[in-house]
Design a protein around this ligand. Structure first.
Ligand SMILES: Nc1ncnc2c1ncn2[C@@H]1O[C@H](COP(=O)(O)OP(=O)(O)OP(=O)(O)O)[C@@H](O)[C@H]1O
Length: 351
């Protein structure tokens, strides 16, 4: 097997947003949106970041691209630390790192025809000589399943799925290596979602693309990912190969998230693990393990000691979870307490 090439390496990334207050508008506190996360994305793979709303998924994507300046940490792309680049160097780097957003309409100028939308991206990066642009635009439209003549149409003349295809064509126009897909299919109907996901997979194959896929939808993530990162309140709680994570989840939070995926077969037994309470505020996140306020297994130790990501001999290589009690939960030695009414625990999800 050939060695995997590291494309993106995130180390100790923090994104704290200041909260201003008081008479002088001083910084009185911070939203700790992303708090010391590290992970690697290898060339040609799809890594997804999942977690509930507000856990820091989009902030991570934006910090990587420096759309918001990260507070701390290193973001290396092909070995170059992006956080140290000048604005000009970073702009040039965005040729290799593109982003597709959830709402294609919001990220497309409605007054521009499609060819102008795509050409704008080419122009910023000076990626394609002017004389070749029309041909390239038409090719790109066909690549994403649209037609040549649609280059002269306005965005409002397209459906949501078609507009997302325009967004994809625009990202592709500069021949990127990595595309960050931030909830890229969340606004689409399920059948259209599947079409766009299939298109992304085909393009990955054709152009050797790497994706960082941000989504709250585990069904979508299951379809598209090679590896998955589960975030909770600004931290990574579990990371691993898709199969390992879906078939053998270790963190109680991951188990609860997975248990909430609907099963197509109405007769299939599915235990849903209800979590108690709401996600705490990222302004004053809980001490110790951030999940302890909602975790049925939490002990005194969880309130004070921050768990590190780690693996065990019953987890596949590269699979890590940040929980003090992985082994004890697995063996049944450590039982859940104070289970929320309505939570059904049993087969398939032995919490
Ligand atoms: N510019 C900002 N200023 C202040 N707080 C912010 C800013 N951007 C995000 N946040 C806060 O950071 C936290 C993480 O937000 P983020 O958008 O990354 O979450 P998310 O996991 O992508 O959720 P969603 O799926 O709802 O977008 C949230 O509490 C959010 O309110």
């Amino acid at each position: 097997m050939t060695a995997k090439k590291e494309l993106l390496k995130v180390e100790g990334l923090k994104q704290y947003f200041p909260i201003k207050g008081g008479f002088f508008g001083r910084t009185v506190n911070h939203v700790k949106a992303v708090d010391d996360i590290s992970f690697t994305v290898y060339e040609g793979e799809t890594v997804s970041i999942v977690g509930e709303s507000g856990c820091g998924k989009s902030t991570t994507g934006r910090a990587i691209l420096r759309l918001d300046e990260p507070t701390e940490g290193v973001v290396s792309f092909e070995g170059r630390d992006l956080t140290t680049l000048s604005k000009k160097e970073m702009r040039a780097m965005r040729k290799d790192l593109q982003i597709i957003f959830q709402d294609p309409y919001a990220s497309i100028n409605p007054r521009q025809i499609v060819s102008a939308v795509i050409e704008e991206a080419m122009d910023i990066q000076n990626a394609v000589p002017k004389k070749d642009r029309r041909r390239k635009i038409e090719e790109l439209l066909q690549t994403v399943g649209l037609q040549k003549f649609q280059a002269d149409r306005y965005p409002h003349e397209f459906s949501g799925g078609q507009r997302q295809r325009i967004g994809i064509a625009r990202a592709l126009s500069v021949d990127p290596k990595l595309i960050i897909c931030d909830e890229a299919v969340s606004a689409l109907d399920v059948s259209i979602q599947a079409q766009v996901l299939n298109l992304l997979e085909e393009l990955q194959e054709e152009f050797g693309l790497t994706y960082l896929f941000i989504s709250h939808d585990l069904g979508v993530v299951r379809h598209i990912s090679d590896r998955i990162i589960v975030m909770y309140l600004g931290k990574i709680v579990e990371i691993g190969d898709k199969h390992s994570l879906f078939d053998n989840p270790q963190h109680p939070y991951t188990k609860a998230l997975l248990s909430a995926i609907p099963v197509p077969d109405p007769d299939a037994k599915k235990e849903r693990i209800a979590l108690k309470g709401d996600v705490p505020s990222p302004i004053n996140p809980p001490t110790g393990c951030r999940f302890h306020t909602r975790c049925p297994f939490a002990t005194e130790k969880c309130k004070t000691d921050v768990p590190e990501l780690r693996t065990t001999d019953f987890m596949k290589e590269g699979h890590q979870a940040a929980c003090h009690y992985i082994e004890e939960i697995k063996s049944g030695e450590h039982k859940p307490k104070d289970y929320t009414a309505g939570a059904i625990v049993g087969k398939g999800q032995e919490v």
